[in-house]
Ligand binder design. Structure first.
Ligand SMILES: Cc1cc2nc3c(=O)[nH]c(=O)nc-3n(C[C@H](O)[C@H](O)[C@H](O)COP(=O)(O)O)c2cc1C
Length: 205
């Protein structure tokens, strides 16, 4: 089969176009639905799909926060102030509410209320969790790293507590992907759920 390729230099693309291209290429992206609190006690909730696990032991996650009109987004501001956050995972049922919390609501606006979401207290950090999230990970910030030549900042946090809905956790200690039914981000305003699941064993060398 022929594989004809278009080659693009990001330096020749407008910033916005490079971003739009990138997020349509690296798909599907998991979504960290991050709850945090300001020093003033205000609650904040917003989704971040520049997100992944970066270490297994200790379990560590990272996500990347851009700017809004040259200012830090509320999540970064809160984490700089308090050093704690929760990564809630959204399933298909919560997808619309998750996107609602991505509105550019001003500092101090409680997106739990905006999206009509109940909170539940966390065990080891101050920010509350999304009560109906099937999975949540409480985290303490370990590093805040500005990305060179970028308006984005990388936040790394150590997971200090996992919350997993009863029934999702399999006896072998992993989560049942189909029952979890996570929602992932594609490009533009598109999202995906899980399709075919392949089990492929590695060679025993
Ligand atoms: C599914 C989804 C994923 C997003 N991922 C990111 C991201 O990785 N980084 C980012 O800066 N903004 C991301 N955004 C936009 C933020 O959620 C949005 O700017 C939000 O208002 C930030 O809220 P905050 O100021 O309360 O932190 C995403 C939006 C959606 C809907």
């Amino acid at each position: 089969m022929e594989n004809e390729i278009v080659t693009l230099d990001p330096a020749e693309l407008a910033d916005r176009d490079a971003y739009r291209l990138l997020i349509s290429v690296i798909i599907p992206r998991p979504i960290a639905w991050v709850s945090s609190m300001g020093l003033d006690g205000s609650h904040n909730l917003a989704p971040y799909s520049f997100f992944n696990a970066v270490s297994g032991s200790p379990p560590t996650v990272m996500f990347s926060v851009g700017q809004r009109a040259g200012q830090p987004k509320d999540t970064l501001r809160n984490i700089q102030e308090t050093g704690e956050f929760v990564v809630n995972m959204a399933d298909r049922i919560l997808a619309d509410k998750m996107v609602k919390t991505a509105g550019e609501w001003g500092y101090g606006v409680d997106e739990f209320s905006v999206a009509d979401l109940e909170t539940i207290p966390s065990a080891k950090v101050k920010p509350p969790r999304v009560a109906l999230a099937p999975i949540a990970m409480e985290a303490k910030t370990t590093q805040i790293i500005p990305i060179d030549d970028s308006a984005n900042t990388l936040i790394l946090g150590q997971v200090v507590c996992f919350h997993i809905r009863t029934g999702l956790l399999l006896p072998k200690g992993t989560v049942d992907a189909k029952l979890f039914n996570p929602v992932a981000r594609l490009g533009s305003a598109d999202y995906a759920t899980l399709g075919e699941i392949l089990t492929i064993l590695r060679p025993q060398v």
